[in-house]
Design a protein around this ligand. Structure first.
Ligand SMILES: C[S@@+](CC[C@H](N)C(=O)[O-])C[C@H]1O[C@@H](n2cnc3c(N)ncnc32)[C@H](O)[C@@H]1O
Length: 218
């Protein structure tokens, strides 16, 4: 895990430079009824989506594993006088108690991990969101440009390697067909609301599956 963390200190994300929210987060905001709700932005990066939602009236907590990203987010929070809270941590162990939040979402962040870890991250989101709360995430689809790169280690799962501080770090990526994404939510006891395939406007070859989930079965 330590080396994985190093990855996000050295591997700069282009999304950290974007001020505007992702379109799918703008759509997500329209589905949220409780304007005063507390929302978790999982893998928030420099906080572009958190800031948008905060300006829409929601209370935001952004969580990211990267110190660099957390610093950028905190600086913008001060600069724009928004009231978001940014914490460092991993989506594999969310530092919140059960049913603490009204909703949670993740934009292009639950990516460089295995299927098992994706399930763990979703279980964590389920644990901290209140009954009836909505969850929304993006996952890789097989149309993503990275599909097939590296060594195949499972169905639709590949590993590549990167040298970080003279140590080899493995980067795993799992790619979901629509049906598998649907089953993923069923398996952890969540009700699937919708699945949608989208292209990131900034990275045209990238395709993602988006899912909205209503958590009913706590
Ligand atoms: C592509 S960026 C997306 C940032 C933001 N969600 C957005 O849409 O602009 C992915 C982010 O996920 C974070 N991340 C990666 N693994 C993580 C983990 N295990 N826990 C928390 N954040 C993580 C990275 O540090 C990075 O900021």
């Amino acid at each position: 895990m330590k080396h994985k963390k190093d990855l996000y200190e050295t591997r700069y994300s282009r999304t950290w430079e974007i001020d505007e929210p992702a379109d799918h987060v703008v759509d997500f905001a329209r589905t949220l009824k409780n304007k005063a709700g507390l929302i978790l932005d999982v893998g928030c990066g420099a906080g572009r989506n958190s800031f948008f939602l905060a300006k829409e009236g929601f209370h935001l907590i952004g969580l990211d594993i990267s110190l660099s990203a957390s610093r950028l987010a905190s600086e913008r929070n001060q600069r724009e006088k928004t009231q978001c809270m940014f914490v460092m941590g991993t989506f594999l162990h969310l530092p919140f108690s059960e049913e603490r939040l009204d909703a949670a979402f993740s934009s292009y962040a639950i990516e460089n991990v295995s299927l098992e870890q994706i399930k763990k991250a979703l279980s964590e989101m389920k644990r901290v969101v209140k009954k009836g709360g909505v969850m929304h995430i993006t996952l890789h689809s097989p149309k993503h440009w990275r599909f097939g790169q590296g060594k195949k280690i499972a169905n639709h799962e590949f590993v590549t390697f990167q040298m970080i501080k003279n140590k080899q770090v493995e980067i795993i990526a799992h790619f979901f067909e629509k049906e598998e994404a649907g089953r993923l939510f069923q398996d952890i006891g969540l009700k699937l609301l919708s699945v949608q395939e989208v292209l990131s406007p900034n990275e045209k070859q990238r395709a993602y599956l988006i899912r909205w989930r209503q958590d009913e079965d706590h």
